[in-house]
Design a protein around this ligand. Sequence first.
Ligand code: SF4
Ligand code: SF4
Length: 179
Amino acid sequence: MNFYEKPLSELTDEQWEQICLKCGKCCMLKYSDNGVIHFSNRICKYFDLKKGICSCYNKRFELTDSECKKVNLQLLEENLELLPPSCAYRRLYEGKGLPPYHPLLTGNPQSVILAKQTVKALPVHLDGTQEKAVIALLRTAKQQNWSDDRLMQNARKVFEKYDLQWLETYPYPPKKPAT
Ligand code: SF4
Ligand code: SF4
C-alpha cells in the first residue's frame, strides 16, 4: 500500500509534507459569508509569487502580522473550509484520494504547475496595505464576535476601497461525524 492511501493519522511528518501540492491556495485571503467561503484575489504578503512558495516557511508561525495556520488533522477536523476542495489534504480527508496531477502519482515535480493548479495560474496579487486593512477587519470581527452579516457589510466597504475580488467561492463542507 502507498503511504498516501493510509489514514492521515498514520503518516510520518515527512510523509505528511509530501502530501502538500505546494499550490499556495491556502495562502489566499479568505472571507466567510453565511455558509460560503470566498477565496479572494489577495494572497499573504509572505508568499513569493515568482517562486510560488512561502518566503518564510520555517518561520511562518512566528510572524505577528500573519494569520497563517498549521495544516494538521485538527485543522481538517475543525476548519476544513480554510482549504480549497482541490487541496490534497482535504481530498484525502474526504476520502477522494490525491488529485490526478499530484507529483506522487505523476512522478513529475512540475505536474501541479503544468495542470495550472497553483495560485500562479490565478490573478492573485500580493498585498501590503490592503492586506493590513483586511486582517485588521478580521481581527476586530473576531475580538468583537461580529455576526457574518456585520462582517460582510464591513468587508464590502473594504473590498470597494481596495478593489478586492473573490476568485473562488465554495460552500462550507459538512462536518464529519465524530467516530
Ligand atoms: S506565512 Fe503562511 S499564509 Fe503566508 S505565505 Fe507563508 S505559508 Fe502562506
Ligand atoms: S491548499 Fe493544501 S495542497 Fe495546496 S499548498 Fe495549501 S496545504 Fe498544500
